[in-house]
Design a protein around this ligand. Structure first.
Ligand code: NAD
Length: 294
């Protein structure tokens, strides 16, 4: 037995991540307000907790994978007040993508109570969560990140220490801003090719061996039918929702304003994803931006 884990948030990412911890020999108690997700996780060996307090009883680690910063602050500090109930030797690892200020607050509040906490937002998507190949971008004290590695290494292939509290979130939004930009560029190029009579599969093969090659084209092709097992070939279901990409692009813009950085393509990407979401596509995978261009 590797230890006890309380896992909060069993959605697209947290579901498979918690299942990988079970496979690695952890005793995992899961909590999510959505009953069907608890049932689904139970089929993977995650024990159903009836409440947040039941989940953290006797645990060594608390891992959370929640939609946004308000959820994280509500769980730990403002509403469920978990930090007041977590035992002293427990390590809190928040893997959600949130504002650097939310992570900094969580880590500082934990330290005030004699607890340890790190932020560890991830890259790699649902496929990476299922395969256990995520990249974690940690922020916090070096010793805490080292301890978190004992858990994170079973859900991913890379565990980076970006710097102090907040640094992991900054690395994450820089990465996702770039991801949004190359996804839109990839969709735009594919649409231009198709509109001019090219087969999107052939065009993808050509660009993959040319200077246009990038992650969106190689691993997550947005054009339906080009790749199997990606959201584009499943009516853009599963994956990373447009509304979550909008959240990340909003966080990137907030950071840019605060640091007086200029991110013209990031700003355009936020507007395009925002309009696409408002047109009824918030729940689709972010590669559905292809539809806006088609
Ligand atoms: P999701 O909406 O599928 O899952 C989040 C889950 O958290 C939901 O099931 C929700 O019910 C649950 N939840 C909310 N409040 C809770 C609470 N107080 N206690 C327990 N559970 C609670 O979202 P997701 O796609 O799994 O994303 C989760 C996080 O991971 C987000 O911050 C997102 O930005 C980040 N992320 C997602 C992807 C991706 O590809 N989906 C990739 C990288 C990072």
């Amino acid at each position: 037995m590797n230890g006890n884990v309380a896992f909060f948030g069993l959605g697209h990412m947290g579901g498979p991540m918690s299942a990988n911890l079970v496979k690695a020999g952890f005793n995992v108690a899961g909590f999510d307000p959505v009953g069907e997700l608890l049932d689904a996780a139970a089929t993977q060996g995650v024990k159903k907790a009836a409440s947040p307090l039941e989940a953290i009883a006797g645990t060594d680690y608390v891992v959370s994978m929640l939609p946004n910063g308000e959820d994280v602050e509500a769980l730990y500090i403002d509403s469920d007040k978990l930090l007041e109930h977590i035992a002293e030797n427990t390590l809190v690892i928040d893997c959600s993508t949130v504002a650097a200020a939310s992570s900094t607050r969580l880590i500082a509040e934990a330290q005030k109570r004699g607890l340890h906490a790190v932020e560890a937002p991830v890259s790699g998507g649902v496929a990476g969560a299922v395969a256990g190949t995520l990249s974690f971008m940690c922020g916090g004290e070096a010793a805490d990140v080292e301890r978190a590695r004992q858990v994170l290494q079973h859900m991913g292939s890379n565990v980076f220490h970006a710097g102090p509290a907040g640094a992991g979130q900054t690395a994450k939004i820089c990465n996702n801003m770039l991801l949004a930009i190359h996804m839109i560029g990839t969709a735009e190029a594919l649409q231009l090719g198709v509109d001019n009579g090219l087969d999107p599969k052939v065009l993808s093969e050509i660009m993959l061996k040319s200077s246009g090659a990038n992650w969106s084209l190689e691993k997550y092709n947005p054009y339906p039918g080009v790749m199997e097992n990606v959201p584009a070939s499943k009516n853009y279901s599963g994956g990373f929702m447009v509304k979550l990409m909008c959240k990340d692009l909003g966080l990137a813009q907030q950071a840019a304003t605060a640091s007086r950085s200029y991110t013209p393509l990031g700003s355009l990407a936020r507007n395009l994803y925002g309009l696409h979401g408002r047109a009824g596509n918030e729940g689709l995978d972010f590669s559905s931006i292809q539809r806006l261009l088609g």
